[in-house]
Write a protein that binds this ligand. Sequence first.
Ligand SMILES: Nc1nc2c(ncn2[C@@H]2O[C@@H]3COP(=O)(O)O[C@H]4[C@@H](O)[C@H](n5cnc6c(=O)[nH]c(N)nc65)O[C@@H]4COP(=O)(O)O[C@H]3[C@H]2O)c(=O)[nH]1
Length: 681
Amino acid sequence: MLDSAQEKITAREKYLRTLLDNFPFMVWLKDTKSRLLAANTEYARVAGVSSPHELEGKTDFDFFDPELAKEYVEGDRQAMESELPVGTVNRLRTADGKDIWIESYKSRLVIDGNIEGTLGYARDVTDAIRREREYHSLIENSPNLIVRFDTACRRTFVNQKTANLYGVAEDVLLGKTPSEFPGGDSAYGYEQVVKEVFKSGRSAAMDLHWHAPDGNSRIIHIWLAAELDASGLPIAVIGMGQDVTETYEYQERIHHLAYFDTLTKLPNRALLIDRVEQTIAEAERHAYPFGLIMLDLDRFKEINDTLGHTLGDVLLCEVASRLEKCVRPYDTVARLGGDEFGILVSEMRVPENITRVADKVLQAFDQPFVVDGHDVFVTASLGIAAYPSDSQAVDDLLKYADSALFHAKHLGRNNFQFYSADLTIKAAERREVETNLRFALKKEEFLLHYQPLVDLATREIIGAEALLRWQHESGKLIMPDKFIGIAEETGLIIPIGEWVMRSACQVAVALNRGRPRPVTVAVNLSTRQFLHNDLVSSIQAILAETGCHTDWIKLEITESLLLENTDNIQRMLQSLSAMGLCISIDDFGTGYSALSYLHRFPVRELKIDRSFTSDITDNAERALIVQAIVSLARNLNKNVVAEGVETLEQADYLHKMGCPQAQGYLFSKPLPLEQFLALLG
Ligand SMILES: Nc1nc2c(ncn2[C@@H]2O[C@@H]3COP(=O)(O)O[C@H]4[C@@H](O)[C@H](n5cnc6c(=O)[nH]c(N)nc65)O[C@@H]4COP(=O)(O)O[C@H]3[C@H]2O)c(=O)[nH]1
């Protein structure tokens, strides 16, 4: 029995010894004086003895370098004093002369409640330390900036390169988010991208623009990737940045060389073509017309030969800067080579507007250029192609503008020509109208025609609309659609509008003299007149001066005026209405009707646009719209007038719908005053 118990103990000791000796770590027990009580084979191997028994009773001083042995003995002391294991990493030279790194842990050896010494184990961590040093060396010697963020976007690691960029010590950056340090818009943007990587787990890249306090600025290209835990969730984000400032600048330089003219610094032909392509893409979406101008200086070769090439270059630079002043910032002036320039005039409301730019460009050459103290006179010829009317293709537009330029040169220089002869004629007409319009008032060339307003129930004339005409000295009677737009653009509509108002008031006074029921005269007002703040006082003065009663005058405005919806316009309309004048909306239904304005503004009458009246009898949809407008007006207690009534059928239909008043060729065209008076009786 005893034998078998003894056998078991012996067997267990054998197993334990085998376990310890085959353990790849050094394992030992020491007494309180750091003398080895027991150790395993690995310890013996490192200490350079053939068997663990040879270690017993010895200290580290017997095997190792005295300095290291001292550290170990000190470690033993600490381990005995501490309740927790004490860990260290030390370098050690083995008995066979190899330098290795040893990581050791020691704890108190407690037997029966007494501290009897220490127990420890140690392992060779040379490979792990070498790997760690390699990684560290890679990171610190990397030309890249390396950062690690925790889930709160705080930096948990930065390499030296990163600290250098910000010009601070690493610990200034650690524990802070980019917003906290260095802060600012680009740091905030950076942080958002880091957060995005945490959220999506997908890597991302961005350019960080860093403006140092010393005024220096750098561009860092950063790749961000998520570091995942065992379950695949992001636990950190690693950022690797590369300073690409030089590459950027280099690219900029290349771009500049490729797309800009070195002499004038203007865009070159390639960039102009690029911009035209972009404008076409935009224009297709928004349906804007635009124009392309080709410009060539007249007789530049002679000037260049006289001035010499250096001064010729100065002249070209002066021309470039004057041309830039003729266009809006989003237009493009380019130098195509030699004395040839191109101008892209983007986004025009009407194609004719390019005439204004062309005129301005020609006028820019009216004043001499001062070159080296001398006045140099030079003129230019311009050729214009219009998108989309001439073509929708870049190559064609360039070709057509060029051929129009050729035509302008052929016609004696210092002028502009459109590729389409039609537009050239229109532009010439427009310019003529503008010039003559300035003198038309003085020369008393304006007159008003009156179109009767009829009561649909009785077919009696109850008023008239005053419509402006221009009796040109050539004898031609010019209709308003040919000149009102130009008068508005040039501001001439203000004095012309005043003339219309005064004439209409005088006529209203004459018409109503001795008449029991008032006859109204409607006057058209354009938006531009409202933007000129004197409108209310000007109308007030004219009413007083002519003795015209406010019941006799109606003011026709367009829906677009109400859509401008400024407080000022609202105030002016309130004042005019408070004076007793009827405000009427002309061409009702053609604007982007926001019906809410009907109760916000003091509107008393709606005039249904003639496009609705014209096919009221054969287009059910149109008829429905007219019916809706009539009902709306009635419900809102407003008068309603149908415009453009041309047939009896239309008049009857409107009457049946409940429309009380109408105007149109059926009753009468707009008439000169005498004829209108005769009709009125
Ligand atoms: N096909 C057809 N047309 C008809 C018929 N009945 C009237 N018309 C025309 O329709 C236009 C009505 O004037 P509007 O809508 O105020 O449209 C006016 C108004 O917006 C503007 N206008 C005229 N006089 C002035 C003015 O003194 N000041 C301002 N700012 N604009 C004016 O010029 C526009 C055109 O005037 P007009 O050429 O005189 O053209 C007038 C008139 O001749 C019809 O049955 N059939």
